[in-house]
Write a protein that binds this ligand. Structure first.
Ligand SMILES: Cc1cc2nc3c(=O)[nH]c(=O)nc-3n(C[C@H](O)[C@H](O)[C@H](O)COP(=O)(O)OP(=O)(O)OC[C@H]3O[C@@H](n4cnc5c(N)ncnc54)[C@H](O)[C@@H]3O)c2cc1C
Length: 519
């Protein structure tokens, strides 16, 4: 994976239009690109920042049907998501896990409600169920969750859902797009459309943000998969287009595992203000969240509001024997849900659905908005099918149901390295050749220097942030440690990519400024 050769390939193709141009390199765009490439369409994906820099690296990291949507009565949505959950875990076993959850219950009514509700959840999952749900008494609940406050506790309901590494999954999708003949480029921003005399879209105008070059890229179909930025793209097509996105911010806090001391996650189905709160073990830490705050400001680096942080700390403190304080937080991250709004009434929050929407504009722009990570595959299939139905591209069959991201044949000494997918054993070979590369980049982070070198050679990072936030999850696990590790990562990157000292200094300064918002 080499950015320069991909750009050269793009330059060589100027007279030969692509079948499909995808704008946006999050879960949705990468899913669409992978669906298109594996069906055999000549496909290019352009991402203005790094892959999954937007919402797709900031999720709760659940591959789930959504117990909450069940409570809201959206049974079809839950059924579809549970089916996709099954395929997701089967196709990407190296990046997903079966996670046990416990819902603590305090009244007899809750025991009945959640036991019945979760039995129904199991039933909807059918043969793709991840394990039966069942009631456990107070003693067993406290054995599973030793740091849960015991007062008033009746027992717990155990159920299972999937968990994953969102940014690594996005990267696995990008890698497989390339491996199957597609082109994916990070730091490529789409600024406008190429249109013919009838006003039909025939391609995009894009800028390489790293090198500053401009490109006119022709294609038969352009797909807008830009999440919360979708309306910006709609306005490039039609300045009078109506808003289609209702953004809602979700914040998570990362704590040390000493606050949970369990491999089971806690799910609080109804907090004081009616939200769901999770505390989930993840890479040796605990992710606690989330919030649901309607916002009008759309940004690549959304910031957690003080009241969101306080809400999570206070709620967690009501259930845990050791209430977490602000100084215990290793990382705060915020993401924006690209909820599909009702275009007739964009401000009506009750109209906002978790379901995705696919639209086709009169100029031929196909947009896919909303949805969830879990359902990325199905969303992609429906998007390409819509283009086929509208005769924009010829018919080819979707093959992603059984598309495997991992052959599972790699023999690794360190299980942890399987997150790098195929050929991760190359990392171990680097350490065998040069044992110094086996030293961690920071005493509080699990990642070694060999991983950074391997990532530079294989995973197209452009900045240390690409490595610290998404190729590894250092920023999300411990923001301060990641800042301390940044000079070393910048140096290793500079050695590999032939960059000078002033580049390193600039990068460290930029990283520190960005990461300060995660403290
Ligand atoms: C707090 C929170 C928790 C969540 N938890 C879960 C969960 O546990 N499980 C689950 O299934 N789902 C979850 N979701 C939902 C899921 O994360 C999102 O549905 C999904 O990540 C959206 O992906 P996307 O590709 O549509 O958007 P994004 O990831 O935001 O990607 C859009 C991309 O488009 C790019 N872009 C924008 N404009 C341009 C341009 N002009 N040129 C080129 N590129 C451009 C952006 O840079 C961005 O990278 C959660 C969402 C949030 C906010």
């Amino acid at each position: 994976m080499d950015r320069n050769s991909l750009i050269n390939h793009l330059k060589e193709r100027t007279s030969d239009p692509w079948d499909i141009i995808v704008i946006g390199g999050g879960a949705t765009g990468l899913g669409v690109a992978l669906d298109a490439v594996t069906r055999g369409y000549k496909t290019i994906l352009l991402e203005q920042s790094d892959f999954s820099k937007g919402t797709s690296s900031r999720s709760t990291k659940l591959v789930h049907g959504g117990v909450r949507y069940l409570a809201q009565g959206d049974i079809l949505l839950v059924m579809e998501a549970l089916h996709e959950r099954g395929l997701f875990l089967k196709n990407a076993p190296h990046l997903t896990a079966n996670q046990e959850f416990v819902i603590p219950v305090y009244t007899l009514w809750d025991v009945i409600l959640y036991t019945v509700g979760l039995k129904f959840y199991d039933l909807l999952a059918g043969r793709l169920s991840m394990g039966k749900s069942y009631y456990i008494n107070r003693e067993k609940t406290l054995i599973r969750l030793p740091l849960l406050k015991p007062s008033g506790l009746k027992g717990g309901i155990v159920y299972h859902d999937g968990q994953f590494d969102d940014a690594r999954m996005a990267f696995a999708m990008a890698t497989e797009c390339l491996g199957n003949g597609g082109t994916v480029l990070n730091y490529f921003r789409v600024n406008g459309f190429l249109k013919d005399e009838k006003g039909k879209i025939r391609g995009v105008l894009a800028r390489d943000l790293e090198k500053g070059d401009e490109y006119s890229i022709s294609g038969r179909l352009v797909i807008n998969a830009t999440g919360v930025f979708a309306d910006e793209i709609h306005r490039m097509d039609d300045p009078l287009s109506r808003p289609s996105i209702k953004p809602s911010q979700g914040v998570h806090l990362v704590l040390d595992n000493s606050f949970l001391q369990s491999t089971s996650a806690i799910m609080i189905p109804k907090t004081d203000d009616g939200r769901v709160l999770f505390a989930i073990p993840w890479y040796g830490k605990v992710v606690v969240g989330t919030t649901d705050t309607p916002l009008n400001l759309i940004s690549m680096e959304p910031k957690a509001l003080d009241e969101e942080i306080e809400f999570i700390l206070n709620t967690a403190g009501r259930y845990l024997t050791r209430p977490p304080k602000r100084q215990d937080v290793k990382c705060v991250f915020a993401g924006l849900r690209p909820l599909a709004a009702n275009p007739q009434n964009p401000d009506a929050t009750k109209e906002v659905s978790r379901r995705h929407k696919i639209t086709l504009s009169s100029s031929g722009l196909l947009s896919i908005i909303g949805g969830k990570w879990t359902s990325y595959r199905r969303m992609a299939e429906e998007t390409i099918d819509k283009a086929i139905k509208n005769r924009i591209i010829e018919s080819k069959k979707c093959v992603t149901r059984d598309f495997s991201f991992y052959n599972g044949e790699e023999k690794l000494t360190s299980e942890r390295l399987k997150i790098y997918g195929r050929n991760a054993s190359e990392i171990e070979k680097l350490i065998t050749k040069n044992p110094d590369l086996g030293i961690p980049i920071h005493r509080d982070l699990p990642y070694t220097r060999a991983e950074i070198v391997w990532i530079c050679k294989n995973e197209m990072p452009v900045t240390p942030e690409d490595i610290l936030a998404r190729r590894t999850r250092a920023l999300f696990l411990d923001a301060r440690a990641s800042m301390e590790a940044c000079p070393l990562v910048a140096r290793l990157m500079a050695n590999e990519l032939g960059l000078d000292n002033s580049w390193q200094e600039r990068q460290v300064e930029n990283y520190n400024q960005m990461a300060a918002n995660y403290l």
